[in-house]
Ligand binder design. Structure first.
Ligand code: NAP
Length: 259
C-alpha cells in the first residue's frame, strides 16, 4: 500500500527534458517514485534510456524519446509520444540546458529550447484541462555570476558566461509571462533556480580544488547541492500541493541568493 508521498503524482504523466543526466535524471526518478508515468527526453537518447532502466528497476513506469529542445517539431513529436504511450500529459519539466558554449548555442538551447517547450506545453495543457510546467532557471537567472579571481587583463576575460546569464534571466521572464497568460486555463508555470549542483555540468569546475572551494563558499549551507534536492522541489511544483503557486522562480540554492 502506498503512502501519501508515494502517490502524490499518481494521476500525472510527465515529460522531462534533459532526463538523461544530472537534475533531469534525478527528477524523472523522483516523479516516477511518486507515482507519475514519465517520458524521459534527451538529445542523448541512450542516456534517456538509461534513466528509463533505473526507473523500471525501481518498479516505476517510464519511456524514452530522443529530443533536441531547439527543434519545435521534435518537441511536438515528444508530446504526441507521451499521449500515445500514456494517454495524456499534464506535467512538463523544461530542464535541458548547457553551460560553457558560445552565445548562439547557449541561447538556442537554454532560452529558445525552454520557449519551445512553453509554447507547446501551455497550449496543450490549456486545451486539456490544465497542467504544471516547471522551467530550470539558475541563480544565474537572478543575478550575475562571480568566479575566482583569474586575471587583471580585460582581454583575457571569457565573456561566454554572459550568454548563460542572459538565457537564464530570460527563462525567469518567460516563466512570469506564460504564468500570467495561461493561468486562467489552469496552467501553472514556475521555475527553479538551483545553486551549484553536483552533476556532470559542473564536473570540470569541481575537478579543481580551489574552484570547488570557491563555489562551496558561495552557498551559506557550506556545500554544493545534489540533483535529488532539485528533484524534490520539481516534484512539489509538479504536484497539486503547489496548486496555487504560479509564476514564481524558487531558489533551491543553499542560501546562495540570500546575500
Ligand atoms: P547535465 O548533467 O549536463 O544534464 C543536461 C542534459 O541535457 C544532458 O543529458 C544533455 O545531453 C541534455 N541536453 C543538452 N542539450 C540538449 C538539447 N538541445 N536537447 C535536449 N537535451 C539536451 O546538466 P544538469 O546540471 O543536470 O543541468 C540541468 C539544468 O539545470 C540545465 O538547464 C542547467 O542549466 C541547470 N542548472 C544546473 C546547475 C548545476 O550546477 N548543475 C545550476 C543551475 C542550473 P548531453 O550531455 O549530450 O549534452
Amino acid at each position: 500500500m502506498g503512502t501519501a508521498l508515494d502517490s502524490r503524482l499518481n494521476d500525472k504523466v510527465a515529460l522531462v527534458t534533459g532526463a538523461g543526466s544530472g537534475i533531469g535524471r534525478a527528477s524523472a526518478i523522483r516523479f516516477a517514485a511518486e507515482g507519475a508515468k514519465v517520458l524521459c527526453a534527451d538529445i542523448d537518447t541512450q542516456a534517456a534510456e538509461g534513466t528509463v532502466g533505473l526507473i523500471a528497476e525501481a518498479g516505476g513506469a517510464a519511456d524514452s524519446v530522443g529530443l533536441d529542445v531547439t527543434d519545435q517539431a521534435q518537441m511536438e513529436a515528444a508530446f504526441e509520444r507521451a499521449v500515445e504511450q500514456f494517454g495524456k500529459l499534464n506535467v512538463l519539466f523544461n530542464n535541458a540546458g548547457i553551460a560553457g558554449s558560445e552565445w548562439q548555442q547557449t541561447i538556442d538551447v537554454n532560452l529558445t529550447g525552454v520557449h519551445n517547450g512553453l509554447l507547446r506545453g501551455a497550449k496543450f495543457f490549456a486545451a486539456n484541462g490544465g497542467g504544471s510546467i516547471i522551467n530550470t532557471a539558475s541563480v544565474a537567472g537572478l543575478a550575475g555570476l562571480t568566479g575566482p579571481h583569474v586575471t587583471d587583463d580585460p582581454d583575457e576575460i571569457q565573456p561566454n558566461v554572459g550568454a548563460y546569464v542572459a538565457a537564464k534571466h530570460g527563462v525567469v521572464g518567460l516563466t512570469k509571462q506564460f504564468a500570467v497568460t495561461f493561468g486562467r486555463f489552469g496552467v501553472r508555470v514556475n521555475a527553479i533556480a538551483p545553486g551549484y549542483i553536483v552533476t556532470p555540468m559542473t564536473a570540470e569546475a569541481r575537478s579543481d580544488d580551489a574552484t570547488e572551494e570557491y563555489l562551496i563558499s558561495l552557498h551559506p549551507l557550506g556545500r554544493l547541492g545534489q540533483p535529488e534536492e532539485i528533484a524534490a522541489a520539481a516534484s512539489f511544483l509538479a504536484s497539486d500541493d503547489a496548486s496555487f503557486i504560479n509564476g514564481v522562480t524558487l531558489p533551491v540554492d543553499g542560501g546562495y541568493t540570500a546575500r
